[in-house]
Design a protein. Structure first.
Length: 406
C-alpha cells in the first residue's frame, strides 16, 4: 500500500489514544494478509490486503469505538473475501455495511424463530489486545484454531490455552449478566467440560427464554403469519449502554428496547433502570417481538396498530395504570386521534402506549380478531372491514371509553 499521504487519517483506539493510519497499517497488515492467504492464493491475498486497508481508511468515520479496531478491520477483510468469492462465481457484488462490523455479541440459539445475543464489547475491551484478537478471530470471524495459530504466529496448543484463559477472564468481567453469560461462554468453548452447566441456577436465561418460548409461536398463529426471518435479540447490560448503542443517549428511562430490521435490542432484566422491573423487561420483550411480527406482516402498519397489539399481547400494563393515566383525557373528550397515535416523539410515552392498547382491545372485543387481522394488512380499509369511516370508528371507540368511566 502506498505511504504517500500528506494528511494521514487518525484512528482512535479503545484506550482513547490516537494512532495514524500508517501505524495501524504497520501493526495489522501482516495478520490481515495471513488471514487472506488462508482464503485465496498469495497474489490475490496481497491485492486484497490493499483493498481491506483502503476500505478501512475510506470508512473511518463509520468506526465509533464499540469494538477493537482490529476486529473492525478484520471484519472488513472477511467481507472482502466473501465479495471476492462472489466475483469469482460471477454473482453480483453486495454492498458493504461497515456499521455492522462492530457487533460483538455472543449468541444462544433456542428456537426456530428467535436467537438471543448478549453484548460483550465493553467486557472485551478490558482484556489484553492479544486476548481480544484471539476471541474475535474465533467467535466473530469464525476462524479455526489452526487458522488463528497461523495468523497470530503461535502454536495451536498455545492458542487453545490462551483462548481458554481469555474466556475465563471474560466470564469474570461479565459477572453482572449472571448465569446466562456463563452458560453462553461455556457453549462457545468446544474443549470445555459441560458438567458445570447442570448446576447453574440460570434464572435470567430461563425466564427470558421461557417468556418467549411460551408465546412467539402462539402469537404468530394468532395473527396468521409465518415469520419471514428469524429474529435476533441483543441484550445490553444497562440503560446507558443500550441508549448509546441505539443512538439515543438522551432517551428517557422508560425506553428499554427497540427493533431494527430483524434485531430486537433490549436492556438486561438485571439492570432495568428506575422505571422498569425485572418482570416488565421480560414482558416488554414480548411486546417488541409482537411489534416486529406486525411489521413483518405489513411494514406500513401504523404505529398505533403495532404498539397496541404489542401491548395487548404482552399485558405489561395493569388496568389501574391505564385507567389512572387516561381517565382525565377521556372525561375531557381529549382522546387522541389515530393520527395522533402515530407520534414518533418521546411524548408518545405519556399516554400513547395506553390509548394504542385501548383501541386494539376495543376492536377485538367489539369486532373480533378477524377484522383486526384485516386492518393490519389493509390499514385504510375501514369501510370494507367495519362498514364505518375512520372518524366513525374513532367516535364509536371514544363513546365506549366514556361509557366505561360512568
Amino acid at each position: 500500500m502506498s505511504r504517500a499521504h500528506d494528511n494521514l487519517p487518525v484512528y482512535p483506539d479503545n484506550q482513547g489514544t490516537e494512532r495514524t493510519f500508517e501505524e495501524v497499517y504497520d501493526e495489522y497488515r501482516l495478520r490481515i494478509r495471513q488471514y487472506l492467504a488462508l482464503k485465496v492464493n498469495p497474489m490475490a491475498a496481497d491485492d486484497l490486503t490493499q483493498q481491506v486497508f483502503l476500505r478501512a481508511m475510506e470508512n473511518l468515520d463509520k468506526f465509533n469505538g464499540n469494538s477493537s479496531l482490529f476486529t473492525w478491520i478484520f471484519k472488513i477483510a472477511q467481507n472482502t473475501v466473501k465479495n471476492e468469492y462472489r466475483s469469482i462465481s460471477r454473482k453480483h457484488e453486495m454492498p458493504y455495511d461497515f456499521t455492522s462490523y462492530e457487533s460483538q455479541s455472543i449468541s444462544l440459539d433456542f428456537s426456530r424463530y428467535v436467537d438471543i445475543r448478549i453484548d460483550i464489547s465493553a467486557a472485551l475491551k478490558r482484556l489484553s489486545e492479544l486476548d481480544q484478537q484471539i476471541i474475535s478471530l474465533r467467535f466473530f470471524v469464525d476462524c479455526t484454531l489452526s487458522e488463528i495459530s497461523r495468523i497470530v504466529g503461535m502454536r495451536e496448543s498455545a492458542v487453545k490455552n490462551r483462548l481458554y484463559r481469555s474466556l475465563e477472564k471474560l466470564k469474570k468481567e461479565l459477572k453482572e449478566w449472571g448465569d446466562i453469560t456463563i452458560m453462553s461462554i461455556l457453549d462457545l468453548i468446544s474443549f470445555e467440560s459441560k458438567s458445570e452447566v447442570s448446576h447453574l441456577q440460570s434464572k435470567v436465561h430461563q425466564d427470558l427464554f421461557q417468556e418467549l418460548k411460551n408465546n412467539v409461536e402462539q402469537i404468530a398463529a394468532k395473527y396468521s403469519h409465518q415469520p419471514s426471518h428469524k429474529i435476533v435479540i441483543e441484550i445490553y447490560p444497562d440503560l446507558p449502554t443500550f441508549h448509546q448503542a441505539v443512538g439515543e443517549s438522551d432517551a428517557p428511562y422508560w425506553f428499554m428496547g427497540t427493533f431494527d430490521n430483524n434485531t430486537l435490542k433490549i436492556v438486561s432484566p438485571l439492570n432495568p433502570g428506575p422505571e422498569h422491573t425485572y418482570q416488565s423487561i421480560l414482558r416488554s420483550t414480548l411486546h417488541l417481538y409482537t411489534m416486529w411480527l406486525i411489521s413483518d406482516i405489513n411494514p406500513l402498519a401504523p404505529k398505533w396498530i403495532r404498539q397496541g397489539i404489542g401491548g395487548y399481547e404482552a399485558q405489561q400494563m395493569s388496568e389501574d395504570f391505564i385507567r389512572s393515566t387516561t381517565s382525565e383525557a377521556i372525561s375531557n373528550r381529549a382522546i387522541p386521534s389515530f393520527e395522533d397515535l402515530n407520534d414518533d416523539s418521546w411524548d408518545f410515552g405519556k399516554t400513547g402506549f395506553q390509548f394504542s392498547y385501548l383501541i386494539v382491545e376495543f376492536i377485538i372485543k367489539r369486532y373480533g380478531l378477524g377484522p383486526l387481522n384485516q386492518l393490519i394488512r389493509n390499514p385504510d380499509g375501514y369501510h370494507d372491514i367495519f362498514h364505518l369511516s375512520e372518524e366513525e370508528l374513532h367516535e364509536q371507540w371514544s363513546k365506549a371509553l366514556q361509557d366505561q368511566l360512568v
